[in-house]
Design a binder for this molecule. Sequence first.
Ligand code: ZN
Length: 488
Amino acid sequence: MNKKTKGVCLFLLCFALFASGCGTTASATVPTSSLETETTTTPTAPPTETAPSGEQDVNIIYDAPLAYVLDYPTFENPAINAEVEQFIAQRKEAFASTYTTTHPKKSTLTQKDCTSFLYISYESYVLDDSLLSVALFETQEDTLTNTSVENTFTLHFLAETGERVLETDLIQDGFYQKVSNYCIKYFTTTEPYKTRIYGDYATTLTPDSGVFDTFSLTNDGVVLYFEPYVLFPKSVGRVSITIPYEELLGTLSFLEQEPVTEPEEETEAPSTTLQQPEIRQLDPNKPMVALTFDDGPNVTHTNRILDALEENNAVATFFDLGRLAEAYPEVVQRELALGCEVGSHSYSHKNFDTLSAKAIAEDFAQTATAFERAIGIVPTLFRPPYGNANDFVKSQVPMALVTWSVDTLDWKSKNPTAIMDIVKNEGSLDGKVILMHGIYETSAEATEILVPYLLENGYQLVTISELLHYKHDATPEAGKLYGYYYFR
Ligand code: ZN
């Protein structure tokens, strides 16, 4: 994949915490997935993304009472660098003209004398190797008035020549109308946005309102950015949304000239090939239950869950994210080694109900490569993020879709007792699938209680494939949903 992103670096976050006592304003982009309610997908460690297309170059300047923390990319093309630097200089100037520049009356000034902070971070994307988009996320923070202002700017360049391309040159008639329609529909039907969007959103999202003038072009689609208070309360943070190109056909001039070609997925042969565990000999006449853990792997908490399973000679099914399998392959390898089943939970936890056929295919290709590299095999089971799989998604998914029949709400309660209470109040668990998440300490703690509890109560802990085999005499079929009613 040649989509390249660069998130807010940890260093910048640490600096923000230290400098102002408030780190939240610097965590610029709020991925839409991390806000959704089934679970939070923000990993404890910073996400390992593909390498940035620009070299990182953080400048920290103290000019008390002003301070600048500027993280912007440097590219091979000097023409692009000059444009980016010029833009950054303009933002510095605008910032300096807004806040007080009276120097404190001290001989030596340090960062502690700074009261106004300008943070800039970025993401950059290359579309089809030819168009480069740089999104610059700015936060202006003033500790004297306790205010912060956020802005997003995007710059576009032809990758080959470095020539700047304006947004207005990228779009054609109908773009704003289509984008407006899409955003209104998406934000009013998708959690958590639909319950938090301001009442006057229709006015904010009219085609000519100006909120759609800032966007990036990625291989996945057009990314739009919404600052706090524009559509949602500040607590929702800065929101970005990716609109698939299929939704915007005929309104993007760049795509008409340079159609996006399918990126070739190269699959390296892994050095060791691990086998998916075979169906074990179990007693089909005795009760069986399948534990499932989503959203991992997580080095700390998944390993603690695996410790609990190993101690009790039990197994579970892990629906891992391709992105995290890439980052922590040794954890996924251990899942397999202990006889657990590894399923896919997509590459990065997008809501599949909002994806195009092409986007779904790309997600599966990227996820397959991730698992192939991590464990040498591609999972055959898919748990759709948020459990969302409409008929279109089912028709596009090349794996069996597996949801659950007992939801422990572990992501919500973060309380082992509450998790245990839900399981205990479920009645017979025979043939059921229990949903948990492998990324919380409290879920790992609950697993340490739950696994012996289930064994003491006569249940055999099985994988999803084993459950299908023994309780339903079924082999997972691609495109078929095995869900709540199947596992009752
Ligand atoms: Zn999930």
